[in-house]
Design a protein. Structure first.
Length: 382
């Protein structure tokens, strides 16, 4: 009986020891599970997602600072054209979107006041000829002490008034586009020519034939997009990375596939109101009609270059805060590999493997997203 009890006690202690041993055995970590995670697709699935394999490539990747801004046009290259006196529109010689050179006649308007102004100028000129001769005669008489000083002074005063009036009328005519030096009684203009003050494209035409054009109203808007530049907003933490002369590329915020070159030429010396950011100005290095004033852009400032192993950015997938790639380990079988990423440029991203990559393994460069979706199905992946 005592022997039986001893045997039972020994068996009990053996069972407890086994359970304790199992409990103390280290469990496989989530990271270890990830390194061995594999997914298998059928031939039909691979064809459906157009899965493609490739290799790591050595790429000279540029580290870029991405900043936002918009296209601006200096005020001297945009104009709102108006007239000093109103009139009825007689002719319109341009269309919206047309390029015009400075001085080109855009339209003409009829105004009776301009006719009167020319008449006043010619009449004053005729009177001025008489007053100049009269002044000269009175001066000679004065030199000979024949006439009174008051008469000489009156003649001098009338001449000076006529000369001042001539210059005033001449200036008014010039503002209306009439050259007073060529004016005579035989070529009095009945219309006022509206001329382009700058070269550029006609943006808006705010008049029509026969309409009365009000004085000081904007009749034409002209912009010269050849002088567009970038106004980019750089925040305090990145200001030290920006220097005059740096090459940048930019694209329309709504179409990042088409980029254009530019160069930084000026940096503001004060923060913007209510923001810890400064405006950086860049000149566009090419002529393009696809960008317009006020358009928002995304710019990339080149900071430095790194020669490294890289993959197409599409080959890298995210699960939470972690990055992964997939490599082929057999027919239609792919293993998930955890990686760190670095610089990205021109569709490629620097890749540094955390998990061991099998030698000569082919990398999934297209379709990795679908492999991750299958692998994490039902696990609440991000």
């Amino acid at each position: 009986m005592k022997n039986n009890i001893a045997i039972i006690i020994l068996l009990f202690l053996g069972v407890v020891s086994c359970k304790k041993s199992d409990a103390e055995a280290p469990k496989e970590t989530e990271a270890e599970k990830t390194t061995t995670a594999v997914v298998t697709f059928t031939d039909a699935q691979i064809k459906a997602i157009d899965l493609q394999l490739g290799d790591f490539e050595n790429k000279n990747l540029t580290t870029n600072l991405k900043i936002n801004g918009k296209l601006s046009l200096p005020p001297q290259y945009q104009a709102q054209v108006s007239i000093l006196t109103g009139g009825v529109v007689k002719n319109i010689f341009v269309q919206e979107g047309e390029f015009v050179n400075a001085g080109k006649t855009l339209a003409t308007i009829a105004n009776t006041d301009v006719i009167q102004l020319q008449q006043d100028y010619l009449e004053n000129n005729a009177n001025l000829i008489y007053l100049e001769k009269e002044y000269q005669r009175q001066k000679e008489l004065r030199d000979d002490n024949i006439n009174a000083g008051k008469t000489y002074q009156q003649s001098q005063r009338e001449l000076q008034i006529a000369q001042a009036k001539k210059e005033t009328l001449k200036s008014k005519l010039a503002q209306l586009g009439i050259n007073a030096n060529n004016l005579s009684s035989k070529n009095i203009a009945s219309n006022i020519a509206i001329s382009a003050p700058i070269s550029g494209y006609i943006q808006h035409i705010n008049l029509s034939m026969g309409k009365f054009a009000d004085a000081n109203a904007t009749l034409f808007e002209i912009i010269d997009n050849r002088f567009l530049h970038l106004d980019l907003k750089v925040f305090e933490k990145d200001i030290h990375k920006i220097k005059i002369g740096q090459e940048i590329t930019f694209s329309d915020a709504n179409d990042v596939s088409h980029s254009h070159p530019a160069k930084i030429y000026a940096i503001n010396k004060a923060f913007e109101p209510n923001e810890q950011a400064v405006i950086v100005h860049a000149k566009i290095n090419e002529t393009t009609e696809t960008v317009l004033p006020g358009m928002y852009v995304e710019a990339r400032v080149k900071i430095d270059n790194t020669n490294t192993k890289a993959l197409p950015t599409e080959a890298i997938v995210n699960n939470g805060n972690d990055h992964f790639i997939f490599v082929a380990t057999g027919k239609n079988t792919f293993q998930e590999i955890k990686v760190n990423i670095g610089a990205s440029d021109l569709g490629y991203t620097e890749v540094k493997a955390i998990d061991k990559i099998p030698a000569n393994a082919k990398v999934v460069i297209k379709g990795a997203y679908y492999l991750l979706s299958e692998l994490t199905k039902g696990s609440g992946e991000e």
